[in-house]
Write a protein that binds this ligand. Structure first.
Ligand code: SF4
Ligand code: SF4
Length: 299
């Protein structure tokens, strides 16, 4: 069995306890308007094109079997329509204007990478985190990876949007920590900004809570979408309804996804160019912290 990944990041300190290796899986059933990782949405490899790095050498046009690169006197056009993301052009490009994003790995190949940092995990209380995209979109692969990680004695965390096709209780015995994304609590707004209802997401969250799972809520803060008093009040009510909540993480909006989407030949529906400064929502954050009994962390 193989999974499609877009990154394996070592020495992360913000994706669970201690020092961690984060396995980023490709593919997501949601379509968040502000997506911070648009390269994670599709469950297949893609090609980034950074026109600013292109020196017009034409090497990509020479190797492409489908004629997707057109070099004209002063411009290089990347057509994409018949691109299979084989990556030949990215390998040939001397200036990293083209980069392939996405590669398949077996569970054993990932574990070989992950166990390299075992001494750091043991010293810091870290381990392996599955993220994405939505890691559980590749359900069977994740289940196998989690089981084998536990057989290796690793601490495991899963960052999920909670929208799953399988029964989330099946994963619970193999997950030490859930980083559970809550984007919007109003169902109509959730549909509007992510493309799906939040009903199953909230159902799965409460199911994990009843099972005694270790839960941290991860909440993006998006101006004009959920950086509102109404959403933060709903977040407070949700947090106070959970028995096993350990922390709440607020993740301020950043515009890096807008640039990454452009390099994939796409546009983001939500394209604010400025970072969200934590001063802009500190009153909301303070009121939330005062109303819940778990620590609030701004990432
Ligand atoms: S990835 Fe392959 S098919 Fe796509 S443009 Fe590059 S060489 Fe052509
Ligand atoms: S190989 Fe790279 S630098 Fe050369 S034309 Fe293609 S994209 Fe530009």
């Amino acid at each position: 069995m193989v999974g499609t990944l877009f990154n394996i990041q070592r020495f992360s300190t913000s994706d669970g306890t201690g020092i961690r290796t984060v396995v980023f899986l490709k593919g997501c059933p949601l379509n968040c308007a502000w997506c911070h990782n648009p390269e994670s949405k599709q469950n297949k490899p893609e090609i980034f094109y950074n026109a600013g790095n292109c020196i017009g050498c034409g090497e990509c046009a020479v190797v492409c079997p489908h004629g997707q690169h057109v070099i004209e006197t002063t411009t290089h056009r990347y057509l994409r329509e018949h691109c299979t993301a084989c990556g030949l052009c990215a390998n040939a490009c001397p200036s990293r204007a083209l980069e392939k994003c996405g590669k398949t790995y077996s569970v054993d190949e990932i574990l070989q990478e992950v166990v390299k940092d075992r001494p750091f995990y043991e010293q810091s209380g870290g381990g392996v985190t599955l993220s994405g995209g939505e890691p559980l979109f590749q359900w069977d692969f994740c289940l196998d990876l989690l089981k084998k990680s536990k057989e290796e004695g690793l601490h495991t965390a899963v960052e999920t949007c909670g929208y799953t096709k399988g029964d989330i209780a099946e994963l619970h015995p193999f997950v030490d920590m859930w980083l559970y994304d809550i984007k919007l609590l109003n169902e109509q707004d959730h549909k509007r900004y992510t493309g799906v209802s939040n009903e199953q997401i909230l159902h799965n969250l409460h199911r994990l809570d009843v099972l005694g799972a270790n839960i941290t809520l991860r909440c993006p803060v998006i101006p004009d979408v959920n950086a509102t008093k109404g959403h933060f009040t709903a977040l407070k009510n949700l947090a106070n309804s959970l028995q096993n909540l350990k922390e709440i993480h607020l993740e301020p909006y950043h515009p890096l996804g807008v640039d990454k989407a452009a390099r994939l030949g796409k546009t983001q529906a939500y394209d604010r160019a400025e970072f969200l400064n934590k001063n802009e929502f500190e009153d909301l954050a303070r009121e939330l912290q005062d109303a819940v009994s778990v620590p609030l962390v701004i990432l």
